[in-house]
Design a protein around this ligand. Structure first.
Ligand SMILES: [Fe+2]
Length: 473
């Protein structure tokens, strides 16, 4: 489509557009002018859009078929060409003849933010700011698999129908959510057409999965910071005293640990993992490189890169603190737990606040379930009752204590699964079939290998919930 005559067929008049905006038909009105002109004044219900190659690849394919699109520019020339291009992509695109100059109705002036970063969203949720309503625009099956807590599900195509809009509480700041921030952008456009201001979560759930939140566990003799990867529930730790720190089970983005440690007056000198993770990409290697720190990994697991190998009984010193290594197989064959100053135990994915690690991610469920029983009953539960247990995960149901997740050996003894005798325990653990973490085989390979992984791949690989636990219930 390129002759003027053909393009002319795509023209709508200001009267047509006015009528369309008043109707309930599925419609998107894109204003292609410079952002400052749009911000100064624009047609109510329109959104600012840039038609570049990224938009062609990411936004255009997400626009549901059957939605009428009207493009606006200064005078109806560039918008006509763009409408022609969009029609060739199968969209029902039109342009406003004569552009904004032909519009003889009211124009509005409005704040034109259309996106919110995952960090900004987290900060608003944490501070309970802004009366938010989170609208997840994925399909119901995607939504039921995992979601941001408190979000509601209205699939994108339904946002073009007025009845679905009634599900959105009035007078709140709407944030639209999807896997990578493309569908949610179209959703924000669809809501704007209906007079609802919405912000699209930039980078979507993949971006959300990379937000880290540090919380203080203690600042007594030793400082312990629990760092939560909020989208996944991964828990990692910065442990320090007298200016020096060790990081346990770091996740990406690795550079955040440097910042969190610095805020506590610490600098990172050592990095360790509890085990070869299957649900997230370990940032241990990169963090050790970044901070010029010593890297420690389990002697009982295979890694294709250089590190200091540690095993049962080894001691790692961090300033005046001592970390004693305990071999605690069961979730993986090489899992290690770290007992800090005989008071705190970092249990990785072996013992959680409300459950125990799953033994089936290495295809040796029965053998590992036996190990798990031995580890729990003959090693971890024999520690003094008041020992604080700091795991590598929590799940959606785990209640936080002032935003932190921990338990004690005393409380852990009350988990119903730990009341079972050996055979019943093994049977129960082996019989519990749970969906595996997404991409877990690929993640294990990455965590084993010496090949660097691009940061953008980390977010995509990790999208989804963590699934390392067998619930105690
Ligand atoms: Fe794990």
């Amino acid at each position: 489509m390129n002759t003027n005559q053909e393009l002319e067929k795509l023209a709508v008049t200001a009267e047509d557009l006015h009528a369309d905006l008043k109707s309930e038909k599925p419609l998107l009105v894109f204003d292609l002018r410079l952002k400052e002109y749009f911000t100064h004044e624009h047609i109510e219900g329109s959104v600012h859009a840039v038609c570049d190659s990224r938009a062609k690849e990411t936004i255009m394919p997400r626009i549901p078929k059957g939605v009428k699109i009207v493009l606006i520019d200064e005078d109806g020339t560039m918008s006509a060409e763009t409408a022609g291009m969009m029609v060739s992509y199968g969209l029902d695109a039109h342009f406003l003849r004569g552009g904004i100059k032909s519009w003889n109705k009211n124009l509005v002036r409005k704040d034109t933010h259309t996106i919110i970063s995952p960090e900004e969203l987290w900060s608003k949720i944490k501070k309970k700011e802004g009366d938010l309503v989170l609208v997840d625009v994925r399909q119901p099956d995607e939504f039921s698999d995992f979601k941001i807590q408190g979000s509601i599900n209205i699939p994108l195509s339904e946002l073009f129908n007025k009845e679905s809009l009634n599900k959105i509480p009035k007078g709140k700041q709407v944030v639209t959510i999807c896997p990578h921030g493309n569908r949610s952008m179209v959703a924000a456009f669809a809501l704007a057409r209906n007079g609802i201001d919405a912000l699209s979560l930039a980078g979507g759930l993949a971006g959300w999965g990379q937000v880290l939140n540090p919380r203080i566990i203690t600042r007594e003799k030793v400082t312990i910071l629990q760092v939560e990867k909020i989208g996944k529930g991964c828990l990692s730790y910065i442990v320090g005293s007298n200016g020096e720190a060790i990081v346990i089970d770091p996740v990406y983005p690795a550079e955040k640990y440097v910042e969190f440690a610095r805020d506590e007056g610490l600098h990172i000198v050592k990095v360790i993992d509890t085990h070869q993770h299957a649900d997230h990409v370990s940032a241990a290697r990169d963090l050790a490189k970044l901070t010029n720190s010593k890297l420690y990994m389990s002697r009982y697991e295979q890694y294709d890169f250089e590190s200091n190998r540690i095993g049962d009984g080894d001691i790692i010193n961090v300033s005046n603190s001592k970390i004693r290594t305990i071999h605690t197989p069961g979730h993986t064959g090489g899992s290690l737990s770290y007992l800090l100053d005989e008071k705190y135990v970092f249990t990785g994915d072996v013992l959680f606040v409300e459950g125990i690690g799953r033994p089936d991610l290495r295809n040796k469920a029965k053998e590992f379930a036996n190990d798990l029983y031995e580890t729990l009953h003959n090693k971890l539960l024999t520690l003094p009752s008041e020992t604080m247990v700091l795991p590598a995960h929590h799940d959606e149901r785990t209640l936080s204590k002032n935003g932190t997740y921990y338990t004690s050996i005393k409380e852990a003894k009350n988990l119903s699964i730990l009341g079972l005798l050996h055979d019943a325990f093994v049977e129960k653990v082996v019989d519990t079939t749970l969906p595996k973490p997404m991409n877990y085989e690929k993640i294990i390979q990455i965590n084993k290998s010496s090949q660097p992984v691009p940061t953008s791949d980390v977010a995509n690989l990790e999208i989804g919930p963590n699934r390392c636990a067998v619930s105690s219930a």
